[in-house]
Design a protein around this ligand. Sequence first.
Ligand code: HEC
Length: 182
Amino acid sequence: MKPGTLKTIALTLVAVVGVATLVGIVVVKTGAYNVAATKPHQAMTESVLSTMMENSVRHHASDIELSPAFNDPDLGEGFEHYQMMCVACHGAPGMEKSEIGEGLNPPPPDLAASVSDLSPQEIFWILKYGIKMTGMPAFGPTHDDEKLWDLTAFVKRLPTMTPDQYRAMAEDAEENEPGHNH
Ligand code: HEC
C-alpha cells in the first residue's frame, strides 16, 4: 500500500458518512418524507419491515411458557374481548372490517387467514405488547395475562370458525348481558 492510501480511504469514509447524515437531517427537518398512510412503502422497505416484525416477535416470544389457561380457556370471555377490541380493525367470520381497519397502513391482517402461522406464545406476546409504529395496540397495560390467554385461545379458533358460529356467540353474549330482559 502506498503511503497516504489509508488516509485517503479514511477521509472518503468520513465524507460519505457526513453526506449521508446531512441528507438524513435535511429529509427529517424539511418534511420531505411523506408520512401519509395512503402512500404505500417501497417494496424493499415493506419487506424489511415485515421480516423484522416477524423475527422480533419470534425472538421475544421464545421464552414465554404456554399457560394452562390456554388449554382450558373461557371462550365466552375471549369472544367478548375480541368483539369489543379487535373487530373494528381485523374483522371476524361474517363481519367486514370497519372503516378504521380499511384505512390503516400497514393493514390489519384477516386473522382467520393469518394466525395459523403464529404459535399461541407469539399471539400472546403480540396482544400483550403490541407492535410499534403500526395500529396494533398493546393490551398488556389494561388486561391481566389470564384474559390475554382466553383471547389467544379464541383467536386460534378463528380459522375454523364459521360466520354462523360467530353470530351464535354474539347472540349468547347478548343474552347473558346483565339487565337483558328476554
Ligand atoms: C387499531 C387497529 C387494531 C386493533 C384495535 C387491533 N389490531 Fe391487531 N393488528 C393491527 C395491525 C395494523 C396489525 C399488523 C401489524 C404489522 O403488520 O406489523 C395487527 C396485527 C395483529 C396480529 C399479528 C397478525 C399476523 O398475521 O402477523 C395479531 C395476532 C393481532 N393483531 C391480534 C389482535 C387482537 C386479538 C386484537 C384485539 C384484542 C387486535 N389485534 C386489535 C391493528 C389492530
